[in-house]
Design a protein around this ligand. Structure first.
Ligand code: UDP
Length: 485
């Protein structure tokens, strides 16, 4: 039965991967701050992190909670610790992992029955949640977590198959029925477009369920990509609400420092280091939560950074089996040579805290959408180094449409492990983004976009207003639903 109160109750169901969870938690906070009751669904393993992330919002008096589901990992033959996409190493494990998630259907039904939410916002990877929401007569909204450019671009490739009309993997094609004459090559597309696999079928279901859903909530800003937002809405016919940048609901240092995970560096130490640097004089390097590089590639990055002569903060994934300072990729005597110039964070970096610091003048990124938007919001130009997923699309948006970044020049989509890039290219790209006239121009454009993005979430701004419209519509749905029961 629907709740009798006027307060909207939204159930948020994120996909178990940091790049999906982090913005969904931010979204739940945002909805709570705007007067809703927000309930987040977490797996047993993630529950403590979720609770920590919402503590401050909850303590400030907002109505936000976490409920738990148990992933049936044993039932699909996976070990208990394999509870997050960032622990999935093979296609086979990924398929098992996805199967375990689909088996959450009954637990979701029980939660909806018990909590009686007015709306379900669930991840794009949960197409089956459409039917469950429909069964309870509540709307389901989809959360993709990427740009309109990428959603619309990948959809135009899926529908019109331009990659089937070229003679080889490297031959460029223009994305058909897509604004801006954007060219891609087959090498830059995710596997699902290149060969028909189980996952292609699943992805088609994802798109079909998106069409049948109530609509899509976007972690983006309308004015950032208006041509692509319009294209998604009118040409592709998806109702969508642009309510980002979601990371902006983390206002205080404390919120930014603990976003997503426990940072591997003390926030005060990190800020002290940054405070000692001139504005726009440090490049930050981080490839998100999934992408991995082998020791040879990490070595090239290390050499390139040192050769650039620029200051840097570099987040490198920690290998628990190797002693700190003795890693294979680390050049001899490196850390003592770069002592005042470079800071290596082994493990989780407090990314938003770093990007928002005035010392940061550039960001070498894999173009995950969260990282890209966080940089835009901070007014930081990018060196684009896409690896997998839809990251090659985001690179195009950054370098060709927004013109706030330079490409490192990788050509090949590689699922999780980066394409190889020599140290000279790292050196050159870091210099290009930090010093000289080109860097000044990139920065000027990035700062203007940051101002626009920050303005969008202020009262009366576009993201603020789109969320207002969505809440009103959901309120009407709730009234209609309550009348029926
Ligand atoms: N992130 C972070 N510290 C890290 C690595 C990642 O805070 O050391 C955060 C980052 O701020 C972003 C998210 O993790 O919010 C990564 O999402 P993105 O879409 O950029 O990439 P993905 O991890 O999904 O590939």
């Amino acid at each position: 039965m629907g709740s009798e109160s006027h307060q909207l109750h939204i159930l948020f169901f994120p996909f178990m991967a940091p790049g999906h969870v982090i913005p969904m938690i931010d979204m739940a906070k945002l909805f709570a701050i705007r007067g809703c009751k927000s309930t987040l669904i977490a797996t047993s393993h993630d529950e403590p992190t979720f609770l920590k992330s919402i503590t401050k919002t909850k303590d400030s008096g907002y109505d936000i909670n976490v409920v738990r589901v148990t992933l049936p990992l044993k039932e699909v033959g996976l070990p208990e610790e394999c509870d997050n996409l960032n622990k999935v190493t093979t296609m086979e494990i990924r398929n098992q992992f996805m199967r375990a998630i689909m088996m959450l259907d009954q637990q979701l039904e029980q939660l909806i029955e018990k909590l009686a939410p007015d709306c379900l916002i669930s991840d794009m990877f949960f197409p089956w949640t459409n039917e469950i929401a429909a069964k309870f007569g509540i709307p389901r909204l989809v959360f993709h977590g990427t740009s309109a450019f990428s959603i619309a671009g990948t959809e135009c490739v899926r529908l019109y198959k331009p990659h089937k009309k070229v003679s080889c993997d490297s031959e460029p094609f223009v994305i058909p029925n897509f604004p801006g004459e954007i060219t891609m090559s087959r090498m830059q597309l995710p596997d699902i477009y290149k060969e028909e696999t189980e996952f292609t079928k699943f992805y088609n279901e994802v798109k079909e369920s998106e069409k049948r859903s109530f609509g899509v909530v976007m972690n983006s800003v309308y004015e950032l990509e208006p041509a692509y937002a319009d294209h998604y809405r009118t040409f592709l016919g998806r109702r969508s609400w642009f309510v980002g940048p979601l990371s902006l609901c983390n206002k205080e240092t404390e919120d930014k420092a603990h976003r997503g995970n426990q940072a591997s560096i003390d926030q005060h130490e990190c800020l002290k280091w940054l405070d000692s640097k001139q504005p726009n004089s440090v490049v930050y390097i981080c490839f998100g939560s999934m992408a991995n590089f082998n020791a040879a590639q990490l070595h090239e990055i290390a050499v390139g950074l040192e050769a650039s002569g620029q200051q840097f903060i570099w987040a490198v994934k920690k290998d628990p089996d190797v002693e700190e300072g003795k890693e294979e990729w680390l050049p001899e005597g490196y850390e003592s040579r770069i002592r005042n110039k470079g800071l290596i964070i082994r493990g989780w970096a407090p990314q938003v805290l770093i990007l928002d610091h005035e010392a940061i003048g550039g960001f070498v990124t894999h173009c995950g959408w969260n990282s890209t938007l966080e940089a835009i919001t901070a007014g930081v130009p990018l060196v684009t180094w896409p690896v997998a997923a839809e990251q090659f699309f985001n690179e195009k948006l950054v370098t060709e449409v927004l013109k706030i970044g330079v490409s490192i020049g990788v050509k090949q989509w590689v699922r999780l492990f980066g394409d190889s890039v020599k140290s000279e290219r790292v050196e050159e790209a870091v210099k290009r983004v930090l010093v000289g006239e080109e860097a000044e121009e990139l920065r000027r454009r990035a700062k203007a976009l940051a101002e626009m993005a920050r303005g969008a979430v202020e009262e009366g701004g576009s993201s603020w207003s789109e969320l207002e419209d969505l809440l009103q519509e959901l309120g009407q749905q709730k009234l209609a639903h309550n009348k029926k029961i």
